[in-house]
Design a protein around this ligand. Structure first.
Ligand SMILES: [Zn+2]
Ligand SMILES: [Zn+2]
Length: 393
């Protein structure tokens, strides 16, 4: 058990953390529109006496705590964006914006990191090195981290370690889930345009039928995973949209397919990305049509550094006890925290925020999603102690 006064300080900040979260929850802003949120973040960081930069990657905010003593630099990141979901849960902090909602808990992440900054400033006499605070926009569209990096946020700053958290309705309050290695998948999206020759449905021999072509292409596509990817390698290819035609008797000239590719290993990701255009072209050619494929590269796989994950796990056990530190199973979802972890090795962990008794158990992105605010002090302690651990070694 830790014996310093951090828990006491966290207790004193508990109400403020909840109030900040509720304010952000009432005023959700979606990807790259986090103007009000960024304003609040910048103001709070300035109140702490930290140098603040705004407008990084459009709506991102950064600040730095320099203890003035040489040491390591630790990057800590929170995401700020809400989702285009209409909130259905009744509460005193319900979203006031129709069609927008904090349905993933990023309001909590922002409030927690603001309180963490306050705690670290209060404890800076005991610390060495620097803490770089990153308040990132647009995680949900997997664009915010890349935008901030493209803006040069880390240029000339050698960062030693990264850390970040996600509140989760998958685990109970009082627990944390974490794992070393790749824990979340790389995500890429693609759009395929299949072109044939449109015409009268009663005279198929005069046309090139893009609907039949699309059907063949979609079913055959699954063999890229089942027959060309080694069973121990993980990959998912899903076609999520088929768009073509609008009448009973006309074969459409084009059909558009959209889909997503999820992978863990770099090899399998690259191989499938290379294979897909050829696959669609060949199938199209076999049916006298053609195919054009357009990629939208998303986040790489999220990889937790084994050494730093082990160090964080020790911290978590000292805070919550061994039985409440859970081993996370890798998932096929994705997170652009992956990019920060690529820039500096570190850890991304999941803080349990489910409370079934209070009906707080809906999945993420659900219109009745909520997080248990009792989880905030746990998240804060894990985050602050994790940062302080990484500052030390
Ligand atoms: Zn989400
Ligand atoms: Zn999220």
């Amino acid at each position: 058990m830790e014996t310093d006064n951090l828990r006491e300080l966290i207790g004193q900040l508990a109400e403020k953390t909840v109030a900040t979260r509720r304010d952000l929850h009432r005023h959700p802003e979606t990807a790259f529109e986090e103007v009000r949120t960024a304003g609040i973040v910048a103001e709070r960081l300035r109140e702490l006496g930290l140098p603040v930069t705004t407008g990084v990657g459009r709506t991102g905010v950064t600040a730095e705590l320099d203890t003035g003593r040489p040491g390591r630099t630790v990057l800590v990141r929170a995401d700020m964006d809400a989702l285009p979901v209409h909130e259905e849960r009744e509460s005193e902090y319900r979203s006031t914006v129709p069609g927008k909602m904090h349905a993933c808990g990023h309001d909590g992440h922002t409030a927690i990191l603001l309180s963490a900054a306050e705690l670290l400033v209060a404890r800076q006499e005991q610390l060495t090195g620097r803490v770089l605070f990153i308040f990132q926009p647009a995680e949900e569209v997997v664009g915010g981290a890349a935008a901030m990096l493209a803006d040069g946020v880390l240029q000339g700053i050698p960062v030693d370690a990264s850390i970040g958290l996600h509140l989760s309705s998958d685990w109970d309050t009082g627990t944390v889930a974490v794992a070393a290695g790749p824990t979340m998948a790389a995500t890429d999206s693609f759009t395929v345009t299949l072109t044939g020759r449109g015409g009268h449905a009663g005279y198929p021999h005069q046309n090139v039928d893009t609907i039949v072509l699309a059907a063949q292409a979609v079913s055959g596509l699954q063999t890229l995973v089942s027959r060309e990817t080694a069973p121990r390698e993980q990959a998912v290819v899903s076609i999520t949209t088929i768009r073509g035609g609008d009448s009973h008797n006309i074969i459409p000239e084009t059909v558009e397919l959209r889909g997503t590719l999820r992978t863990f290993g770099t090899d399998v990701r690259e191989r499938l990305k290379e294979r897909l255009p050829g696959y669609f072209s060949s199938v199209a050619a076999a049916f006298r049509g053609s195919a054009a494929l357009e990629w939208v590269s998303g986040a790489p796989a999220l990889v937790n550094d084994p050494e730093r994950t082990a160090a964080f796990r020790e911290v978590a056990v000292s805070v919550l006890g061994e039985e409440n530190v859970l081993e996370m199973e890798p998932v096929m979802g994705s997170e652009d925290m992956a990019l920060w972890l690529r820039a500096a090795p570190g850890v991304f962990f999941w803080v349990g925020a489910r409370n079934e008794e209070r009906g707080i158990d809906r999945p993420h992105h659900h219109p009745e999603f909520d997080v248990d605010e009792e989880a905030f002090p746990v998240a804060l302690e894990l985050l602050v102690r994790g940062i302080e651990r990484f500052l030390r070694s």
